[in-house]
Design a protein around this ligand. Structure first.
Ligand SMILES: [Zn+2]
Length: 415
């Protein structure tokens, strides 16, 4: 992942800002009152005010932190069966986080995945599973410690070492280090190299899913200095007194490459077109059916219709930018379509008149997903020596590799 040139200058500016005499304080206690009272709107307003004050003209949106906040809010609303309100938070606040591409200095690596995950749970009206639940107290204080340490600790300079990326804490099992970005807990014996691997994703295990461009820039900056061995790190008295609860290591989801894959355009658009038509035909066939089963199926088809429309927007946008259609975000939308299709499973036997259309819909969703999967398998590993013809196809020309990919797409069988 390349570091943009302006990252280093921004880092210097941020450090200069942090050294300014009027330090903006983050009132952790006030924020924690909002969390305890589940006053998410209040916390959102407080954070917006804090960022405006501490950043001044250099305003960044910090979408990762707000995504965590909205996730907590959505989980609460779904838990209270306020499904309409949960969807409104998703539509009005979570989805727009993906549009803030200009200010991507603090955009976490997993933002698209998290938005996709939240969309899924809003769609099925269930709160995110336990392994996705975050402790907002920890997320918030870790975030401030990583990006705005002086707002918590006063006039404390960064150590300009790898220790700026972690905090050390004690619990009943002993001493541990925790990544301030993703809350991955590592043994006290972990070396600074393992943190570097974690941040840079240079090993397959324990990759930091919340890594940002800022972190990579700062890592490059501190790597030019003498590194402190992480085993020698000690927690400051203030961090110990906070007694933050240690989180178990978050499960690492399959991390999607941020780059697009080159899907065969004509085939994908034909499948997309069939999917669109089929969705309308199924809705039309159900319109006079007043059974509970039909109502549920219609609800699912309408949600699919919304995702299908969003997918069209992504395809059109890619075409305008002369970029491959197979973006990670488009794939996430297809995964949502697959999940929604799975929800038809228990309804099919009760809807004999439209079951054929619903099965066809499921088939089209899977065909589209398979386009992406096969294209992803076709991609050269980034470190492999580039074969000129294929490298060209992988960058800007979406149609040249269609033939080889199409040949790998096998029919899924008759419907
Ligand atoms: Zn991490």
């Amino acid at each position: 992942m390349a570091i943009v040139d302006d990252t280093a200058s921004t880092l210097v500016d941020l450090q200069r800002d942090a050294a300014a005499p009027n330090i903006v304080k983050f009132q952790l206690n006030a924020a924690q009152v909002f969390i305890v009272n589940q006053n998410w709107d209040g916390l959102e307003a407080y954070l917006a005010e804090f960022f405006a004050e501490i950043q001044g003209k250099k305003f960044f949106f910090h979408p990762g932190l707000f995504c965590s906040l909205y996730q907590a809010q959505i989980s609460d609303l779904i838990g209270k069966k306020l499904f309409v309100e949960a969807r409104a938070v998703f539509d009005e606040k979570v989805e727009p986080l993906l549009d803030q591409v200009k200010d991507d200095l603090y955009k976490p690596f997993d933002l698209e995945d998290r938005v996709g995950m939240l969309r899924h749970y809003v769609n099925i009206c269930l709160p995110p599973p336990a392994d996705e639940v975050e402790d907002m107290h920890v997320v918030l204080s870790d975030y401030m410690m990583l990006y705005f340490p002086t707002s918590l600790l006063g006039e404390v300079n960064r150590t300009n070492s790898i220790s700026d990326f972690v905090m050390t804490f004690n619990d009943e099992k002993g001493k541990h280090h925790r990544c301030l970005a993703c809350q991955w807990v590592m043994p006290v014996s972990a070396t600074s190299m393992s943190i570097v691997h974690h941040i840079k994703h240079s090993k397959q295990v324990n990759q930091c899913r919340r890594v940002t461009k800022w972190m990579l820039g700062y890592l490059a900056y501190v790597n030019g200095e003498k590194e402190v061995d992480i085993q020698g790190m000690t927690a400051s008295s203030m961090t110990q007194s906070r007694k933050r609860k240690a989180l178990s290591p978050p499960l690492t989801p399959p991390i999607l490459d941020q780059q697009s894959v080159v899907i065969p355009v004509e085939l994908a658009l034909q499948i997309y077109s069939d999917l669109c038509t089929n969705n309308l035909l199924a809705l039309s066939a159900l319109k006079n059916d007043n059974t509970l089963w039909a109502a549920e199926a219609k609800e699912i088809l309408l949600r699919q219709e919304k995702v299908i429309s969003e997918l069209k927007g992504l395809f059109v946008s890619s075409m305008q930018k002369h970029a491959p259609l197979g973006s990670t975000l488009a794939f996430m939308k297809i995964r949502t379509l697959c999940d929604l299709s799975d929800d038809l499973f228990t309804l099919l036997k009760n809807l004999p008149n439209v079951s054929e259309l619903l099965l066809k819909q499921d088939n089209k969703v899977n065909e589209l997903r398979r386009c992406f999967m096969v294209a992803a398998a076709e991609r050269l590993p980034p470190t492999a020596p580039a074969d000129k013809g294929r490298a060209g196809a992988g960058s800007t020309s979406p149609s040249t590799s269609s033939e080889s990919i199409s040949s790998k797409l096998r029919p899924l069988g008759p419907v």
